[in-house]
Design a protein around this ligand. Structure first.
Ligand code: NDP
Ligand code: OXD
Length: 312
């Protein structure tokens, strides 16, 4: 039996789609009449404290999110494999966000927007993409997709990961020892890391001060599409005010929804989106997890299982 426990999305619609795809395999939702001991798989997003109660025969947990940081912090998470969402459609959507914001900052959107508002004709030629370095933190599923899509645009590409991830056309760095060298020639810093104790707060004043200066007019730029826990918002506010950063694009926040009184809302060169960089679509999610469930019932191993020790 598959149990759905989803918050903030249309659980009924997902359940209908799973039931159709998996029939006659039983699919249930909270509130349905079923024996928790019959549940072999649970599909979750933002599970409540009681989500796993009574699930004594659970074989696996399926995570609607690609990021599992919150799930791994669940106080009653059963000791069974956690399978996260990995999907071409999700990667494409994230790369859409990354490419849009990288190209916007490269072409000095903030500057020309301000000139337009002031009716100011001020000819300034941004550097070519070849002269602009994009540094991506996290070279996993999403980071690798982003570099594939940025490469044809001509940007200099740099990556930083925990272990070496050699990719053609990308200057790779790994581990804490190479972090500063990675930052030193980065003009646009893109964060696609998972949130772990090692990566929490990595977007801070010290990091910003190590980015390349002189590459982009107005200062280097950060783009955070991973988790709010990666960023120190007070440091971002200060860095945008004193020119340590030229601009920031933020999709995620320390507290979500971003509180109405956050100073970030009113900063001209801070581009806020409400955690919408990429969404797991119902069609691809149902296809992906149904395949995994059917394969697993047929004795095949689970794929994209989270390493709990690493935290991602
Ligand atoms: P992956 O697990 O595929 O990749 C993670 C990458 O980060 C790997 O390259 C890994 O290194 C690297 N990494 C992990 N820890 C460290 C560290 N301490 N130092 C340096 N590098 C590190 O994740 P995905 O690409 O699938 O997703 C990344 C994150 O994006 C998710 O965890 C989620 O939080 C976020 N996300 C946000 C969305 C949004 O809408 N805003 C939507 C979807 C995801 P290595 O290669 O050596 O393992
Ligand atoms: C995810 C997200 O992790 O939407 O998939 O943030």
């Amino acid at each position: 039996m598959l149990l759905l426990h989803l918050s903030d999305v249309d659980e009924a619609s997902w359940a209908r789609a799973f039931a159709e795809k998996l029939a006659p395999y039983p699919v249930v939702r909270r509130g349905d009449d079923f024996d928790p001991a019959d549940v072999r798989y649970i599909f979750v997003w933002k599970p409540g404290p009681d989500a796993f109660n009574g699930l004594t025969n659970l074989a696996a947990i399926f995570s609607l999110g690609a990021g599992v940081d919150a799930l791994l912090r669940h106080p009653r998470l059963p000791d069974v494999p956690v399978v996260r969402f990995v999907d071409a459609d999700l990667s494409q959507r994230m790369s859409d966000y990354v490419v849009a914001h990288v190209t916007m900052h490269h072409r000095q959107y903030s500057r020309f927007r301000a000139d337009q508002k002031a009716h100011r004709w001020s000819q300034f030629y941004p550097p070519s993409a070849q002269q602009t370095n994009v540094g991506i933190m996290g070279m996993g599923v999403l980071g690798q997709d982003a570099v594939q899509r940025l490469r044809p645009l001509g940007f200099g590409l740099r990556s930083w990961s925990r272990t070496p991830r050699p990719i053609e056309g990308v200057t790779g760095f790994s581990g804490d020892a190479e972090f500063d060298t990675f930052l030193a020639k980065t003009d646009i810093l893109v964060n696609l890391l998972p949130l772990t104790p090692q990566t929490a707060g990595i977007l801070n004043a010290e990091t910003f001060a190590k980015l390349r200066r002189g590459g982009l007019e107005g200062g280097p730029v950060i783009i955070n599409a991973a988790r709010g826990g990666h960023q120190k918002e007070a440091d971002i506010v200060r860095a945008l005010a004193d020119g340590v950063l030229g601009a920031a694009s933020l999709d995620v926040f320390e507290v979500e929804p971003l509180p109405k009184d956050s100073p970030l809302w009113d900063i001209e060169n801070c581009y806020i989106t409400p955690h919408v960089a990429a969404i797991s679509s119902e069609a691809s999610g149902v296809a992906y997890f149904s395949r995994i469930l059917v394969d697993h019932e047929a004795g095949k191993p689970l794929v994209n299982v989270v390493d709990r020790g690493r935290g991602y």
